[in-house]
Design a protein around this ligand. Sequence first.
Ligand code: PLP
Length: 822
Amino acid sequence: MGEREAMEYNEKVERIRKTEYPMLAGTTYLDHAGTTLYAKSLIERFSASMISNLYGNPHSASTSSQLSTRRIEDIRLRLLSLFNADPETFDVVFVANATAGIKLVADGFRDHGTGFWYGYHRDAHTSLVGVRELAQKHRCFGTDADVESWLEKPEELDIAALFAYPAQSNMTGYRLPLDWCRRIRALSQESPRRIFTLLDAAALVSTSRLDLNDSEVAPDFTVLSLHKIFGFPDLGALIVRKESGTILESRKYFGGGTVDMVLCLREQWHAKKSDTLHDRLEDGTLPIHSIMALDAAMDVHEKLFESLDRIAQHTAFLAKRLYDGLSSLRHGNGRSVCKIYKESSSVYGDPHSQGPIVSFNIRNSEEAWVSNGEFEKLTTVKDIQVRTGGVCNPAGISSYLGLAPWEMRENFSAGQRCGNEYDILGGKPTGVIRVSLGAMSTIRDIDNFLDFIHDFFVDLTAVSDTEVNYPLTLPRELASFYVESLTVYPIKSCAGWKIPVNTPWEIRDVGLAWDREWCLVHAGTGTALSQKRYPRMALIRPSIDLVDGVMRVRVVGSEHEISVPLSANPTYFVEEDGFRSRTTNVCGDTITANEYKSEGLSDYFTQALGVACRLARFPSVGNSALSSRHSKAHLQQHQRSSTRNMPGAFPDGRIAEEVMTRPILLSNESPILTISRSSLNRLNEQIKMSGGKAAQAEVFRANIVVAEDLRSVPGTEQPYVEDSWRYMQIGNQYFQMLGSCRRCQMVCVDQETAIKNQEPFVTLVKTRRFDGKVYFGQHTCHIQGLAESSTSAQYPTIKVGDAVQSFGVDDDLERFRSGQVG
Ligand SMILES: *Cc1c(COP(=O)(O)O)cnc(C)c1O
């Protein structure tokens, strides 16, 4: 269809819109797949026919009953001919919707022989995925290439096989190869085992013709939603190749209307209807009036839109305009506004490879994701109807959005559910915005929508290519530091795990991701164990595997390794073990933790430590008072004196207030602990002077070790300068220093060998005692939301090697935040 023809057809649709779809007035309607839109004359024609005829239930010889029967048979034929399907070869079974058609096929296979193998494509709708639960074996094909290589060499199976896929993805609009049905059929004819094909045409046929003329090429089972084509009636159809239909007759259930005779009392026997396949599969009273409406729907649709081919061309033209428009939207700094999810081989404008659906997410000029919840609120104001979320396409969503199974589980245990507001988790969107066009869509809808995105989401003021937009330009008052190492301690009081270099690590409210989320609790008292009493805990070495989504644990001297899922609440996923909640005491706080029930896990840790204990996870689910802890750190006297007389200093109470509301997990006092290499060097010099054994950084169990960059600031180190820091900037993240960390003998446990020494505590007592208490290192917390709308705020990370700048002045927090300091 050329440009002029396309415009003419669009004009025609505009006219149809005015007269036939008055409910669309003033609305930009972009959610055709899945929703019903019916023409005014369809409803009028249908009601006229209902008022002037008497249609009875087609189960008797009465005139009204006969009229219904005759009409229904005519409509079946007419529906088959819409798909060019020969009634000799195919039969049509009326069902409630496409899903019911899929389930009818699945029921037949389930009850057939010893069950079945089920293969389905990644792009499958949820309704197609669910069939796997009835199958003996199943496989999800992740790519077209996987299907291709399986077609080359299908696995040997000793049970019936069903391969299912959507003719068009309801998420991306990608049109999958229909040729697979032919190839599978050809393949089955060579081998003794048949592989049957189930084509989910629900999304495709709403805007495209499906031709079943060549029976060698056609699927065995085709399901569709008639309401997606015509808007009304709410009805689905299953088109069955008669010869393949016998397998559906394995279905054990029989309902009224499907049997000729049933014996119940002394004998149990029934005879299925013998006439047609649909007679044996349509349980109960047919949706007579819906079927009558279907006749009217086919009439009206054809009259209004000419043909499905015309609709295919029209919608392809609109989808291309939308795709081109969205993909060319740029912020002032040149960055794309929309991240569009699309099969790489498909081409918008080409109805063979691509249907009229565009799925995408919006990013701001800093490349942070725009929440779909926010997007939806604005569409409501502007009367734009568009779908957001997981769009019933689970595997498509996870692969296009790059969500690993464990992340989906993590999101689920964090509270994400179909349709709720958890739309960005861990810096990734959990759903999409989906535009789906229909026959009655017009250029006006597309342009309205593009204008809307342009008006609300394009930031023309963004300056060009600033890699990271630092909100603060603070003076570099003190020596410049960098991050020497980052460590998390997944299990409280057990060994730390060094975050690999070049790995940006997420910072959460409660500290570095995966720090102190687990603890070991005494089987008897329920108290969290600590290295102070059980030095061997240092030999328990956890590590975090973000590929498999597990914490792995090894014990020094043992070959045996265990792993625990990272998901906050694996009870959803591990049936036999799971959790029980347990009142636990951590550093004087009474909390409720989730204790792992698994005996295997308990034995592992009990053996490692020689004390009966169990692994527990915090926080437990639910929001009771016992499921949260708060930071206790505060500035110490020795720190205050250094800044007391600084200009601009504000009363300490203000910082304290800010700090007290900081949530923490199982760490002792604060979300993050920072130590300085220079201070450690000074301490070790002093230890060596008195003949002691130098301490490793590990004994201080810090998360962040900062070291001085002596190349940029030549000269001597500045030990303990961090005592006077109030804020620090690491990479593009900001932190507040909460006060010095008080120390005990636990620093004497060698973290390699678990052997206790005297040092460094003895030297610390001599050199770092203030008001009778011993301090080393600084409690720290992340300051959120400095650059509210940037990726660095949405998914804050730091990494080894990041530059550290410190700010020693007790400046007003608000001024610090707004970047006016200095
Ligand atoms: C809409 C849709 C379905 C479900 O159709 P219902 O008629 O609602 O059961 C299944 N598959 C695809 C591809 C769809 O677009």
